[in-house]
Design a protein around this ligand. Structure first.
Ligand code: ADP
Ligand code: MG
Length: 250
């Protein structure tokens, strides 16, 4: 877990995105510390996916800059991982080969790929199905594979777009625990986007609350609760209420 003194890893200055006359992102500014797990919550349609697409450079921003370690983010140089809302697995590769895929793209030596894939599959309980194909595992397993693949490349920044939004509650709790576990063991810098307030308070160290469009940051909440977190701890409930009251999207 990062200390107060952890260096700034990601700096976003005045990020603005317009589609024609529609301003979706309106001057967003924030930083993420190295090794931090930051959640962003915002209503459906406020521009969360657009925001991640700009951060990953899949989509050009209209204005503003994104700095990684003080330099303009550059996919050729920086390692930005992205877990999409829909699980994305390559059907012709086994679970193990899917977990290793991102590392192969990064030309990490074969031996190291294998070791790291095994380490991560152990951490998330995928080892027993390492030789199966995606069509032989459940949807939650596929999302677990996608998350494992994203952590495996040791990213400068790991972006997650509502990765558990489609799953039922019990599975979601399970995978949220797994995410926190991976993050703590591997020390990655993670930006987790969700519209689920409880999920944000459960996983994150800090939460940024977005407004409706044109979207900016409305508030920042520090989540200084011990882990593992307890959904019925009065302090947990208080923080969840605090975020809920800030929002009033409805
Ligand atoms: N390529 C695009 N062209 C035009 N409008 C878009 C495009 N992508 C997203 N939008 C609009 O931007 C807004 C934000 O969309 P999105 O980022 O998907 O929101 P969220 O992920 O928060 O639900 C929506 O109003 C959507 O219609
Ligand atoms: Mg979205």
């Amino acid at each position: 877990m990062p200390t107060q003194e952890a260096p700034v890893k990601i700096r976003v200055n005045n990020l603005t995105k317009r589609f024609g006359d529609l301003t979706v992102l309106n001057g967003i500014n924030f930083t993420i510390k190295k090794g931090e797990l930051l959640a962003i919550v915002g209503p459906t349609g406020c521009g969360k996916t657009t925001f991640l697409n700009c951060l990953s450079k899949l989509m050009p921003a209209t204005e503003g800059e994104i700095l990684i370690d003080g330099e303009e983010a550059n996919p050729r140089k920086h390692n930005i991982s992205y877990v999409f809302q829909e699980p994305t697995c390559l059907p012709w590769r086994t679970v193990r080969e899917n977990v290793a895929y991102g590392m192969e793209i990064k030309r990490i030596p074969k031996r190291e790929c294998e070791e790291r894939a095994n380490q991560i599959m152990d951490l998330v309980g995928l080892s027993s199905c390492a030789d199966l194909y995606p069509n032989q595992v459940s949807a939650s397993m596929m999302q677990r594979i996608a998350v494992s693949r994203a952590f495996a490349v040791n990213p400068d920044l790991l972006l997650m777009d509502e990765p558990y939004g489609q799953l039922d509650v019990k599975l979601r709790y399970y995978l949220e625990d797994e995410l926190v576990n991976l993050w703590r063991k591997l020390g990655s810098t993670v930006l987790f986007v969700t519209h689920n307030i409880e999920e944000a308070v459960y996983v994150a160290e800090r939460i940024l609350v977005l407004t409706n469009k044109p979207t900016s940051i409305k508030a920042e909440i520090i989540v200084d609760l011990p882990r593992p977190r307890n959904l019925i701890d009065p302090r947990f409930v208080d923080l969840r209420k605090q975020v809920t009251e800030l929002i009033r999207w409805w």
